[in-house]
Design a protein around this ligand. Structure first.
Ligand SMILES: NC(=O)C1=CN([C@@H]2O[C@H](COP(=O)(O)OP(=O)(O)OC[C@H]3O[C@@H](n4cnc5c(N)ncnc54)[C@H](OP(=O)(O)O)[C@@H]3O)[C@@H](O)[C@H]2O)C=CC1
Ligand SMILES: N[C@@H](CC(=O)OP(=O)(O)O)C(=O)O
Length: 372
């Protein structure tokens, strides 16, 4: 039976992966072994079957005995462990959530509803490294795959509204804590419906500007505010998150030689784990909005086209609605008044599911089917 090692299963992405695998009854047909940098010797996770005690994530002899390794442990681990393992001659399959190996020539960025053809070709060619894409990029492609598939995108911008979860578990906690601190500080005024709104406004802003306001992880307030910068700066003036939009999309689509121009601004907002994006798209051909809607809807089983109407847009294009689901709603689709062939659209998606764990889970399934 094939041996599969899981590293990083305790983290945010890893625990969503475990949840999805359990929900789909995936723990069959292979022998799992769970690794950790801190919990070696402890009991393994409850995945519905008996599992051996947790192994040391730096036990290279044990790692080498795996046919497949899935890592959600982070870039630091990949940087250290992956080259060491390959140096030993290990020739197994490496599936990874971290960005470290995404742009390497020897890797494929996996998002099978969009690039199953690229994945299958790579498997045929003996490629062994399969890396999940950036969450914003994967969610954009799940929403707009129908347009890319038909070569209808001449160029596009993506203006993002990204959740706290993309920055990590501590940042999610800090966002909620910031909300609590603001709410507690304003409680007396809120409880008095006749208090002046200007006074409430002053109270909130002075609370957010106070030395004591919790900003250890974000550096600045996010609750009742936003942060127009995600990841580190690039020489181009883009942030690294913005840079990924172009390079990763084109690599996923297998068109790095003939890339679609993509750029935009990435902004952190106070959503918990759903990334939203507003697109401006220049089409290669002017086609009617209803045709665009059909192409989008037909592309995959998870995209959900939302009519450009107030009530349903408010209900469905909402992190509050989408969180914890695999649905990728896309709506607000309409022609822009810039001229023929310009459209706009807006989408929402859970960045820990299609943005992180789901492409890895599905890649494991593809591999197990191939290797059976
Ligand atoms: N967060 C995101 O939105 C996305 C993340 N990714 C990538 O996935 C990788 C992992 O990210 P993420 O899941 O956010 O990382 P986490 O920080 O949540 O988890 C990483 C590791 O931290 C260790 N850890 C330490 N303390 C705890 C604790 N209290 N609870 C759970 N784990 C703990 C665990 O390793 P151990 O068992 O060894 O102690 C765990 O596997 C990164 O490379 C990231 O870039 C990719 C797409 C989206
Ligand atoms: N950078 C993303 C999350 C993430 O982990 O991205 P990547 O997998 O490309 O490092 C965000 O902050 O929302």
């Amino acid at each position: 039976m094939l041996k599969t090692g899981f590293v990083g299963w305790r983290g945010m992405v890893g625990s969503v992966l475990m949840e999805r695998m359990r929900a789909e009854g995936d723990f069959k047909g292979f022998e799992p072994l769970f690794f950790s940098t801190s919990q070696a010797g402890q009991a393994g996770p409850d995945v519905g079957i008996d599992v051996p005690p947790v192994a040391d994530a730096f036990d290279y002899d044990l790692l080498k005995s795996m046919d497949i390794i899935i890592s959600c442990q982070g870039g630091g681990y990949t940087e250290k462990c992956y080259p060491e393992l390959r140096k030993t001659g290990w020739n197994g399959y490496w599936i990874d959530a971290a960005s470290t190996l995404r742009m390497a020539d020897h890797s494929v960025i996996i998002l099978d509803p969009v690039n199953r053809n690229v994945i299958d070709k790579a498997l045929d060619n003996g490629v062994k490294d399969y890396v999940g894409g950036n969450c914003t990029v994967s969610l954009m492609l799940m929403a707009l795959g129908g347009l890319f598939e038909k070569n209808l995108v001449e160029w596009m911008t993506s203006m993002t509204y990204q959740a706290a979860s993309g920055a990590g578990a501590n940042n999610m906690r800090e966002l909620v804590n910031q909300m609590r601190v603001i709410g507690t500080d304003a409680e007396a005024l809120l409880n008095n419906p006749s208090s002046a709104i200007a006074e409430l406004d002053r109270q909130v802003i002075s609370c957010m500007r106070a030395e004591s306001f919790p900003t250890e992880y974000f550096g600045v307030p996010l609750a009742a505010s936003l942060i127009p910068w995600i990841d580190r700066p690039m020489e181009s003036g883009q942030t690294r998150e913005e840079w990924k939009g172009f390079v990763e999309t084109n690599k996923i689509l297998g068109r790095s030689d003939n890339p679609v121009p993509i750029d935009g601004l990435c902004v952190r907002i106070g959503s918990m784990r759903c990334h939203s994006q507003a697109f401006t798209i220049r089409l290669t051909k002017d086609i009617p909005a209803n045709e665009i809607e059909s192409l989008l809807a037909e592309h995959n089983d998870w995209v959900k086209v939302i009519p450009n109407e107030k009530e349903i847009s408010m209900q469905e294009l909402s992190p509050a609605k989408v969180t914890g689901t695999l649905a990728v709603p896309v709506g607000r689709i309409r022609k822009l008044n810039m001229g023929q062939g310009y459209i706009t659209a807006f989408s929402v998606g859970d960045q820990l599911l299609w943005g992180a764990a789901e492409p890895l889970r599905r890649m494991l399934g593809i591999l197990l089917e191939r290797l059976a």
